[in-house]
Design a protein around this ligand. Structure first.
Ligand code: SF4
Ligand code: SF4
Length: 174
């Protein structure tokens, strides 16, 4: 997996280097180029500023009520605890809309703590959950597995929702 990440980061830097007009790498590129402990410090330093105002949830155009599935935030993120348990609150929020996120950046814009939430969305959007956990280190294995299961089950539901009605009916009858 490390090799895959190094290749992705390398390709993106190469693409940027070819464009003379782009002198500074994006934050996503910087995160991809970090070592594991540097990345952990990076995300910890950002996530610990969170005041759990839920502004990022409320502003999001695709964050619909009732889409939490089996992974309710309250199960993993105790009420009244500040900052929220690293890095669960942020990962769960990001994963809830990983495939419908339109990358508008409103979550990041509205965050009073200045947390780079758009970069987090880029990660969950473009990398597999296994890769994202390597990019956001520090999550207990049981929580990792729960989120991976959640992502897979959500994907299955959404893929099914996009099938033509007739095909869905045939599948129900199978
Ligand atoms: S908007 Fe920022 S401070 Fe508020 S809950 Fe979201 S990440 Fe935390
Ligand atoms: S970038 Fe994605 S997660 Fe953030 S507000 Fe826009 S749609 Fe929602």
């Amino acid at each position: 997996m490390k090799h895959a990440l190094t290749t992705v980061a390398g390709n993106r830097f190469e693409a940027v280097e070819k464009k003379d007009e782009i002198a500074v790498p994006t934050l996503l590129q910087e995160v991809l180029a970090m070592g594991k402990s540097e990345r952990k410090t990076f995300w910890q330093d950002h996530f610990k500023k969170c005041i759990k105002c839920y502004g990022c949830v409320d502003i999001c155009p695709v964050q619909l009520p009732g889409t939490h599935g089996t992974l309710e935030m309250e199960k993993w993120v105790p009420r009244g605890e500040l900052p929220p348990v690293y890095p669960l609150f942020h990962l769960i929020r990001a994963y809830q809309i990983w495939d419908t996120c339109v990358l508008c950046g409103d979550c990041e814009q509205t965050c009073p703590a200045g947390i780079p939430l758009k970069t987090l969305q880029d990660l969950v959007r473009y990398f597999s959950p296994e890769e994202v956990f390597d990019l956001v280190p520090g999550l207990p294995e049981n929580a990792q597995n729960a989120i991976i299961d959640f992502v897979k089950s959500t994907q299955h539901i959404r893929e099914n929702e996009n099938r033509p009605l007739k095909e869905q009916e045939l599948m129900k009858g199978a």
